[in-house]
Design a protein around this ligand. Structure first.
Ligand code: D41
Length: 678
């Protein structure tokens, strides 16, 4: 691409692309390029300009720091410029930063082996300057290009995290204090905002950063106020009437004393090794943080040393951002495939040209459902932005409309199931289209079998998806009951099935014959009947036959069973083929202890409500939940006055704080285990 053109042409092209992306991002809050792609363009431009200095012009995006101020707000010149922060994309770049810092300090005759660094998070928000005069918030401004930003005081004042008056309990309250930090939106708030946008049929924001930018740039502060923005400080601007603390970590402590929020996740580290440890630890916790970060920042802790190091162009030599691998990348959508799930739900899945994102190579992304595809207007051949955050399934954030091939057709759901050819229907008001084939449809049959055998259902060891594919495709197994007819011989005849693994599967099936009633009900895969409903049904009726013959009215007597769930249970057992499968399973020796019905679920946790927060030392969250529920307790998602216990693990956050505030009993995993065996 670039090779055919002259450097001058390439430079012009890059500037155009960057200017376009800036415009879309900063002015329209409508990103068209993922950050990593933008960084790549910028770097390419920087390299070309370094090689051909005669091509540098004042308008080049490398010659200014950020976007331009919008006309809607008054411009505000910063009393002290807001600098930019250099990036390191890997450990070698961090090492180079550290070497330069040590070098600079050695030249200034500072005796040292390791530099002391203040490590903190790099928030993915918007940099702002807050100016306090005589302790009162006098001005809030966006960073703009670093020299001039926008006066957004009215909006800043709506952010409850930002004090309108500094706390007088700090030792000294300066006459002028400028605080620099990031305004952002927490993930939870971002999701709520997008839900509201969807309900109003308005455009959704693609990430919390853009949502925060949109909120901060509202001309009506009441709208900003509704969006619950947050703020964390990271530094100082102009200051009068007080002296600066000797280190960055002291400065942050002092800001906290003045009432300014500073994120708790910070540390002082010795040398680069300590910094990299901090990076790894934060990377581990990234997904569970309530806000988005795109890296960490290392800063020489001593103010005196910071001053010795000084600046290069408009970035300090004493600080660097160590970025995480990008969670977004651009690639091409090569096709849309339809997957059929256990309940017949048809899910469009994007097939992508392989792309490295969030640390892995991604080739598929979920498109959720037909409406979602329409809303994002995703078409085959499109250039798309893919996002993979933590361990979640990759998804398509947006398409880049400028790069759409001509005549790309609008996506439509097929009218017939791609697996079995049955009709596809979509109930009014439902987002999901479904295959009407039921267990005639091989895809649904496979999913139903996998569900039946899954860990929390009958837990048949060794029955994986490859095996189920073969069993169904070759017509060996149609219903869960057929599984129990399998012998070692039939299994060993399949592809890639050694005698030993075949024997393991048969042994797994034999063990699965002994189960519990809740597991058995759950394993049947009745629509809308999850583990907890299965448990409630088992406790309420005691015996399977009582559930099978229950009317909808009787089912409605079960706690937490509403009309939709009652109807789907009754419908399931009214189908003779479902009753037959149940009979065949019992005939094949599947059994469980039956008990007398109980009004309330038994167990010592009956009527107790738990909330689990943080990472428990040994139990997975879902296991802890199942153990509590098995003992008759309930597990809720949020803390309230109705909560009896909060089970707190490592890095428990706001839920723990709320529990403390409400005086709820807080226990750890060990105490939970004790309660369970009592
Ligand atoms: O959390 C951040 N985004 C963050 C941004 C941070 N933790 N520290 C920062 N430090 C600086 C210097 C060292 C230049 C005072 C920054 C930024 N700058 C920054 N944010 C936006 C542009 C620059």
């Amino acid at each position: 691409m670039a090779s055919a053109k002259s450097p001058a042409q390439r430079v012009r092209r890059l500037r155009d692309e960057i200017a376009q992306a800036d415009n879309n991002y900063y002015l329209l809050d409508r990103p068209t390029l993922p950050d990593a792609e933008y960084d790549r363009l910028m770097r390419e431009l920087q390299v070309l300009e370094a090689e051909h200095p005669e091509l540098i012009t004042a308008e080049s995006p490398t010659q200014r720091v950020g976007g331009t101020a919008s006309r809607a707000f008054r411009q505000s010149r910063h009393a002290a410029p807001m600098l930019s922060l250099n990036n390191a994309l890997n450990e070698a770049e961090v090492a180079a930063f550290d070497a330069r810092a040590r070098d600079g300090l050695a030249r200034a005759r500072e005796e040292l082996n390791e530099v002391e660094y203040a490590c903190e998070l790099k928030f993915d928000g918007l940099a702002v300057n807050l100016r306090y005069e005589n302790g009162e918030l006098a001005l809030g401004a966006t960073r703009g290009d670093g020299a001039v930003g926008e006066d957004v005081t009215a909006n800043i004042r709506t952010i409850r995290a930002i004090p309108l008056r500094l706390h007088a309990r700090a030792r000294v309250v300066p006459t002028v204090l400028e605080v620099r930090g990031e305004v952002m939106m927490f993930k939870r708030e971002f999701e709520r905002l997008n839900e509201r946008q969807r309900a109003k049929d308005e455009r959704e924001y693609s990430n919390p950063r853009n949502a925060a930018a949109g909120a901060l740039r509202q001309l009506d502060p009441r709208i900003t106020a509704e969006r619950s923005l947050r703020f964390f400080a990271y530094g100082l601007g102009e200051m009068q009437g007080a002296s600066e603390p000797p280190t960055h970590s002291d400065l942050l402590d002092w800001l906290v004393a003045l009432g300014i929020p500073v994120a708790r996740e910070r540390e002082v580290a010795n040398g680069i090794a300590g910094c990299l440890q901090f990076y790894q630890a934060v990377a581990q916790r990234r997904a569970s943080l309530p806000y988005e970060i795109d890296g960490v920042v290392y800063r020489v802790n001593s103010r005196a040393q910071q001053q010795l190091l000084g600046f290069v162009s408009r970035a300090p030599r004493f600080a660097i951002a160590h970025k995480f691998p990008a969670q977004e990348a651009v690639t091409q959508l090569v096709g849309i495939e339809i997957q059929v799930g256990r309940t017949g739900a048809l899910t469009p899945v994007a097939r992508l040209a392989p792309v490295f994102v969030g640390g892995v190579t991604v080739t598929n992304a979920t498109l959720h459902n037909e409406d979602e595809v329409r809303r994002k207007d995703v078409r085959i051949g499109d250039t798309v932005i893919v996002r993979r955050a933590g361990d979640v399934i990759p998804e398509i954030v947006a398409v880049v409309p400028e790069r759409r091939p001509p005549n790309a057709p609008i996506f439509t759901m097929p009218a017939l199931c791609p697996v079995c050819g049955s009709h596809v229907y979509r109930e009014e008001g439902e987002a999901v289209a479904r295959c009407t084939g039921g267990l005639v449809c091989a895809a649904q049959r496979k999913q139903a079998l996998l569900h039946f055998a899954s860990r929390r259902a009958l837990d048949v060891e060794g029955l994986g998806d490859k095996l189920v594919d073969q069993l169904v495709d070759q017509g060996v197994v149609a219903t869960p009951a057929d599984l129990f007819k399998l012998g070692v011989g039939a299994l060993a005849a399949l592809d890639r099935m050694a005698e030993k693994s075949a024997a393991n599967v048969v042994a797994g099936l034999a063990r699965a014959r002994t189960t519990t009633l809740p597991r058995f009900i759950y394993a049947l895969g009745i629509r809308n009947v999850g583990e907890s409903t299965a448990r409630d049904l088992a406790h309420h009726f005691g015996k399977l036959d009582a559930i099978i013959s229950a009317t909808e009215d009787e089912l409605l007597q079960v706690s937490d069973v509403g009309p939709i769930v009652a109807a789907s249970i009754a419908r399931f057992f009214s189908e003779s083929h479902n009753r037959e499968v149940v009979e065949q399973l019992r005939a094949a020796g599947v059994h469980w202890p039956e008990s007398a019905p109980t009004r309330a679920p038994p167990g010592r946790f009956a009527t107790k409500t738990f909330v689990i927060t943080g990472t428990l030392p040994t139990l997975k969250r879902e296991d802890a939940k199942a153990m509590i529920e098995d003992a008759g307790g309930k597990v809720a998602g949020s803390v309230s006055t109705k909560t009896d216990y909060v089970v707190a693990g490592e890095d428990a956050g706001s839920k723990l704080a709320k529990a403390t505030a409400l005086g709820v009993t807080i226990i750890d995993e060990a105490q939970l285990q004790k309660l369970l065996v009592q």
